[in-house]
Design a protein around this ligand. Sequence first.
Ligand code: GN1
Ligand code: MG
Length: 383
Amino acid sequence: MSWTYGGPTEMLRAEIEGARQAPMHVSLGSIVEAFEIASPVEAINPYGRGLINDTFRVAAGGKRYVLQRINGAVFPDPLRIMSNIQALDRQARQHADLGFRVPALIATRAGDAGLRTSDGNVWRLMTLIEDAVGLPRIETPEQGGEVGRLLGRFHTLLQSLPAGALSVTLPGFHDTPSYLARFLSVLERIEGARHDPAVETCVRFALDRGALAPRLADARDRGEIPVRVIHGDPKLDNILFDCHSGRALALIDLDTLQPGLILHDIGDCLRSCCNRSGESADGRNRVAFDLAVAEPILHAYAEQTRDWLSAAEIALIPEAIRLMPFELGLRFMTDHLEGDRYFKVAEPGENLRKAGTQFALVEDIEGKAEDIKAMVRRCFHAP
Ligand code: GN1
Ligand code: MG
């Protein structure tokens, strides 16, 4: 067997420990060889910036793949993820004019969609989308338009899948009232948590906005907005662009493809793309919601979805834009207080800083509320 394995970088090692995933006891080479691909396996290297799973790029038999260990501490039944991806793949194959690519799952030599190793971990192998790059930030209106077009087309394809046909891969995901409740209970449980001034600033911010948390869940429970199939995590890192034409090529990271609210995806995509200083921004004063980025995204998104998105969903887009960074801030904050067990961190305090960044984004969005409402009306030609 002729393959070389660079081994995880120090940074990745720290991240793996932070994620509190079980350590790996099986060699990566033997895992790759369990999948139905041409040999020899030539290289396996750490890849990507995901906060939950462990990801590697694999070169084998002249082709490239993405190998992932699914975080079993987060996803209760990783094989459900694979069956959802297969459902998406079947749907995508029926549309010749899809306008984007879906990474294909490679089966194991035993014919399964994923591999459960003797240490209990579940691994999957997918084709690497070639000639594609991620963008650190949106620089031009054209790039924004490409993001909106891709998300709109992806959502339109998902509408042909009944929500009940997909499994719930991550129970409680985007359940903002539960995230708030957990945050409050952790706060109560950890004595002295509020003595740290940075924590106290975030706590006050969150407590002032408790009424925001149930806004979308309540609308869903009253039957005003439907449960649909969503991506769950359409942040900029999960969008690949054609490195030659600049067109958006694929929405990757399909772990949270499951029933949910379309507004979660819209809000999450915008909170990620329109904060051009990024999730790890240092210094709250640089954090801003850039309307010049939001408008082309939403405009292109509306062109793809106007036919089926309901008036009630459109009317709640401004709330979703405010809610999603609030929710993520709560999640980062809670994880900081719980000892960084969920999101990978490179150093202590990172989750607290990231919570502050998301809350600063919420504050900026609140100051731009009227502009955001007007933008949504313009994009959707709404009254
Ligand atoms: C997590 O693992 P990754 O980086 O794809 C998280 C998302 C957050 C995101 C913030 C399953 O995604 O909800 O928005 O971090 N995914 C899960 O970067 O919790
Ligand atoms: Mg993800």
